[in-house]
Design a protein around this ligand. Structure first.
Ligand SMILES: *Cc1c(COP(=O)(O)O)cnc(C)c1O
Length: 405
């Protein structure tokens, strides 16, 4: 294997490859045509050479592709590549980030269980935990993610599962992953981390003590606004025995076409994240210079002014692509700035090559009652900017013009 240049692409050295090499070559499995780029297997099913082979494929004596709801070669390449990048034993891909969150949580809980989560969550994650789970007799407990005393208190009783998102959306709060992991394990719970904002390039929750990592691959992994996807990573026992049957029988499978797009996205992930972070830091510094001149506050984990700067630099390699700022004049002030932009687009998506801006209070977090928004720190003047890959100076000039309207 790997001894000649028409090999199947796998290498005996794959385990020692550094992250950027894994992003480009991990999981690659070439067909007999020796193609350079990964093959796209747009097939729902597979054929058998004999009735006996079909039987053996179903009774488990033969390992092979059976049906694309279970496995597909292009999807498997994406899963194996992402597992290598994350340093996880196994990965399963899903049709969207929400399918990943839903399956990662629901596959491991049952009536009578308790689930503890941080309050500042992506809206649909919060819906699954606070609206859906109670219908099935699962009790949700929400805590202030940054307050370890609240975690200690909530996890002083037996718990099945803990769910956090860090940095959080939209207030970019940082949750101490090793500390919460330790408390979760003492309570008998698995810790599930939604790592969308940090990406596998900037934060490795499994190495910090988490048990399961989930992604919306729609965001930075695609990174170019083309398709939806999700992924769940953990140890082989969880993926094969707990999650596997749940996915196989409920069917949130990722399309092979989307898997192929996401697989190619992984090849440039490291480069793109580096540029996203460099641009975001420049934009954050510029915005900080405008505090007192129309701007009240800037939140970015890479700034010294971030309230949890020390924790952020312990568990993240850089500040990420999202910058949040609060303008004077509440909603009206926020709308004036957003409508004054000529380059940055108004969109609720994030992690795209194009810079995108949104007003969380009236879009992504609109459903939340006013008290909840207040508790989460989502104010009317707050704007979330997903910094893209354009020239940072063009972004700064666009923001400067919009802030002077
Ligand atoms: C977007 C997002 C999701 C959901 O992902 P989809 O691919 O849109 O289903 C979950 N968590 C976070 C933090 C997100 O930003």
């Amino acid at each position: 294997m790997g001894s000649d240049n028409t090999s199947n692409g796998t290498s005996p050295n794959a385990k020692t490859w550094r992250p950027q090499t894994r992003m480009v070559r991990g999981g690659l499995e070439r067909t007999g045509f020796s193609e350079t780029s990964e093959a796209l297997f747009l097939t729902s099913g597979y054929v058998y050479g004999s009735a006996e082979e079909a039987q053996e494929s179903f009774d488990g004596t033969r390992e092979r592709y059976v049906y694309s709801r279970f496995r597909n070669p292009t999807v498997a390449m994406f899963e194996d590549r992402l597992a290598g990048i994350e340093g996880a034993e196994a990965c399963r891909a899903t049709a969207s980030g929400m399918a990943a969150v839903h399956a990662a949580l629901l596959c491991q809980v049952k009536a009578g269980d308790r689930v503890v989560a941080s309050r500042a969550l992506f809206g649909s994650c919060s819906w699954i935990i606070t609206e859906l789970m109670p219908r099935y007799g699962i009790t949700p407990v929400l805590v202030e993610g940054t307050d370890l005393d609240q975690w200690r208190e909530a996890l002083s009783q037996p718990t099945a599962c803990v769910f956090i998102e860090t940095p959080s959306n939209p207030t970019l709060e940082i949750i101490d992953i090793p500390a919460v992991a330790e408390l979760a394990h003492k309570a008998g719970a698995r810790l599930v981390v939604d790592n969308v904002f940090a990406t596998p390039v900037l934060q490795s929750p499994l190495a910090l003590g988490a048990d399961v990592v989930v992604y919306s691959a729609t965001k930075h992994i695609d990174g170019q606004g083309r398709c939806l996807g999700g992924a769940i990573l953990s140890d082989a026992a969880f993926i094969n025995d707990v999650l596997g049957p749940y996915l196989r029988h409920t069917g949130p499978a990722l399309s092979p076409f989307n898997a192929w797009v996401l697989l190619k996205g992984l090849e440039t992930l490291d480069l793109r994240i580096e540029r996203h972070c460099a641009n975001a830091l420049k934009v954050a510094h510029f915005l900080e210079s405008r505090i007192g001149k129309g701007l009240k506050r800037v939140i970015y984990p890479g700034l010294d002014s971030h309230p949890q700067r020390a924790l952020a630099s312990r568990q993240m390699r850089a500040g990420g692509s999202i910058v949040v700022f609060e303008v004077e004049g509440g909603r009206e002030g926020a709308y004036r700035v957003m409508n004054g932009l000529r380059l940055v687009d108004i969109s609720n998506n994030l992690g795209d090559a194009k810079s995108l801006i949104t007003h969380p209070s009236t879009t992504t977090h609109q459903r939340l009652p006013a008290e909840e928004k207040m508790a989460m720190g989502v104010t009317e003047g707050m704007i979330r900017l997903s910094v893209g890959l354009e020239d940072a100076q063009d972004l700064i000039e666009d923001l400067e013009a919009a802030l002077s309207v």
